[in-house]
Design a protein around this ligand. Structure first.
Ligand code: AVJ
Ligand code: FE
Length: 438
C-alpha cells in the first residue's frame, strides 16, 4: 500500500503536526493577559492549553516513542487534565506565556528529529505503526485548538480572530429528508491508520429503515420552535431536560439575545443578526432533543448517523467520508477554521452522501440520541483517559465535526462526546424519523 510507505507517512505526520502548530500559534497570538485570564469557568486559560499540548507531545512522542527522559518532570501534574478542574487551572503555578511557548517549541524541535529517523515498521510497536502516535498527537493538538476557539467565542471584548465567510451557495432545492433503507452496514473501522480506540473495531450493525434530514436544522427552523413557545412547554422535554431548561432559565441557543423584533448573537467579538439559513449552533442535547420532539421527529441514533454518512447502498461498502474515500478538500466540507461560522444549510454539494445527505462532515457537530459506549470488541489504546473513562450514559455522542475541526481529527467514524447540558461547543443537530408501518 503506497499510502503506508515510510516517506509518505513521514511527510503526512510532519504536515499534520505543522498545520496544528500554525493554528495553535494563531489562537495564542494575543496579549499575555488574554492568555492567562480565565475567560469562562468552563474553560482553561489559553496558556494552559498551550503547555498541555507540549506536555502531551513530550509524553507520547519523546518519552513513549523515543524513550527519552522527561524534560521537566515537575510540570507533568500541572498539565494532567485529571488532576485539576478547568475552573481551578488559573490559580496553578502555570508556566508563563513566554515559557509555555518555549517549552512547546523545544518539544517540537526534538520531535522533528525523532520523526526524521522513525522507521514506522517495528512489528510489535503498535504505537508507531503507520505513524499512529504522530497522528494521535496532531489530533490532540487540533482538539485543543478547537477548545481554544471555544474560549475565544466565550471571551468578551472586540474581535481578535478574522476569517472570510463561506462562499455564497445557491439555495438548496433538494428534498428535506431521505429514506435510508434498512439492513446491516459496517460501523467503525479496523483499517483507518490514525483512527482512535473508540472508533474500533469495524463491526456489522443492523439498522432499521429511517428518514434523516438532508441538511442540519437551521436557525430559521429553530426560531419557529422558540416562537411556538417551545422553551415553555414541558411536552417537548425529557424530565431532566425540563428541569435543566427551567433551572437555568434557558430561552434560546447560547450567545443569542433579543433586540426588538429580532434575534441577535455575539460571534467572536462581533454582534450580528442570527442568519436564518445557517445551521443552528450552541444548543445542548436537551434543546436538540426537545426541538426534534416538537417537530414530530427524533434525533438519529449514532448508528443511523454513521450509516447515513458512510454506507453506499450500491456497493454495501462503508466509505471513509460521505463523498467516498478521498481526503477532505475545501469543496467537500467546512472544516479547519477556514471560516469562523457554519456555511448555509445545503452547501457543499460535492460533499453529499450517495443518498444526497449534505454537511454530515464539518459545519456543526451533530448531537445523536446515543450514549457514548464502547463498540463490541473495544480495546483501550494507548491510554484509558482518552475514551474508556468516559464511556457511560452520562455522555451523549456527537458526530461529524464542526467548522472548527481540522481534517486530521474528522472522518465518518470519528466519535465525540459531551454532557447533555453542554452548549459552548460548536454543536447543532439534524433530525430523523421512523417510517410509519405499511
Ligand atoms: C474528545 C473532544 C471530548 O477535548 O475533552 C483532548 C479530546 N482528550 N485531550 C476533550 C481530548 C484529551 C476530548 N474530546
Ligand atoms: Fe488534552
Amino acid at each position: 500500500d503506497p499510502a503506508l510507505d515510510p516517506e509518505t507517512l513521514r511527510g503526512r505526520a510532519f504536515a499534520a503536526l505543522t498545520t496544528a502548530r500554525e493554528r495553535t500559534a494563531l489562537l495564542t497570538s494575543v496579549e499575555d493577559p488574554e492568555l492567562t485570564a480565565q475567560h469562562s469557568p468552563l474553560m482553561s486559560p489559553l496558556v494552559w492549553d498551550l503547555a498541555h499540548i507540549g506536555n502531551q507531545e513530550e509524553m507520547w512522542l519523546l518519552r513513549a516513542v523515543a524513550g527519552r527522559e522527561a524534560m521537566r518532570p515537575e510540570i507533568d501534574g500541572l498539565y494532567d487534565a485529571f488532576e485539576h478542574s478547568r475552573a481551578e487551572r488559573p490559580s496553578l503555578p502555570l508556566l508563563p506565556p513566554a515559557e509555555a511557548r518555549k517549552y512547546a517549541a523545544e518539544v517540537r524541535g526534538r520531535v522533528v528529529d525523532v520523526l526524521e529517523n522513525a522507521s514506522f515498521e517495528g512489528t510489535g510497536a503498535r504505537l508507531t505503526q503507520a505513524g499512529f502516535a504522530f497522528g494521535m498527537i496532531a489530533q490532540h493538538e487540533q482538539q485543543h485548538d478547537e477548545t481554544m476557539l471555544i474560549t475565544h467565542q466565550l471571551r468578551r471584548g472586540p474581535a481578535v480572530l478574522h476569517a472570510p465567510d463561506p462562499e455564497p451557495t445557491p439555495p438548496f432545492t433538494g428534498p428535506a429528508e431521505v429514506l435510508v433503507p434498512g439492513g446491516p452496514f459496517t460501523m467503525g473501522t479496523s483499517t483507518e491508520p490514525w483512527s482512535l480506540d473508540n472508533e474500533r473495531p469495524a463491526h456489522r450493525r443492523e439498522v432499521a429503515p429511517f428518514f434523516i434530514d438532508t441538511t442540519p436544522v437551521t436557525n430559521a427552523a429553530y426560531q419557529a420552535f422558540i416562537a411556538d413557545g417551545g422553551y415553555d412547554d414541558p411536552r417537548w422535554w425529557t424530565p431532566d431536560g425540563w428541569a435543566h431548561v427551567r433551572g437555568h432559565s434557558l430561552y434560546a441557543p447560547l450567545f443569542w439575545f433579543r433586540d426588538g423584533g429580532q434575534w441577535l448573537r455575539r460571534r467572536f467579538g462581533v454582534t450580528e443578526v442570527v442568519p436564518p439559513d445557517e445551521p443552528v449552533v450552541h444548543v445542548c442535547w436537551y434543546e436538540a432533543d426537545a426541538y426534534a420532539r416538537w417537530a414530530g421527529r427524533r434525533l438519529p441514533t449514532e448508528a443511523e448517523w454513521e450509516k447515513a454518512a458512510r454506507h453506499d447502498p450500491a456497493t454495501d461498502r462503508s466509505t471513509r467520508y460521505p463523498w467516498g474515500d478521498a481526503d477532505p478538500a475545501p469543496e467537500h466540507a467546512n472544516l479547519g477554521q477556514r471560516h469562523l461560522r457554519p456555511a448555509p444549510a445545503g452547501s457543499y454539494p460535492a460533499g453529499e452522501s450517495p443518498l444526497g445527505v449534505r454537511q454530515l462532515i464539518g459545519d456543526v457537530w451533530e448531537w445523536t440520541a446515543s450514549d457514548f459506549l464502547p463498540y463490541p470488541g473495544f480495546s483501550m489504546f494507548p491510554y484509558k483517559e482518552y475514551s474508556e473513562v468516559f464511556f457511560g450514559p452520562e455522555h451523549k455522542v456527537l458526530r461529524g465535526g464542526s467548522f472548527a475541526v481540522d481534517a486530521v481529527a474528522c472522518r465518518g467514524t470519528f466519535r465525540n462526546w459531551d454532557y447533555p447540558i453542554r452548549r459552548q461547543i460548536f454543536s447543532g443537530f439534524r433530525t430523523a424519523r421512523t417510517p410509519e408501518a405499511v
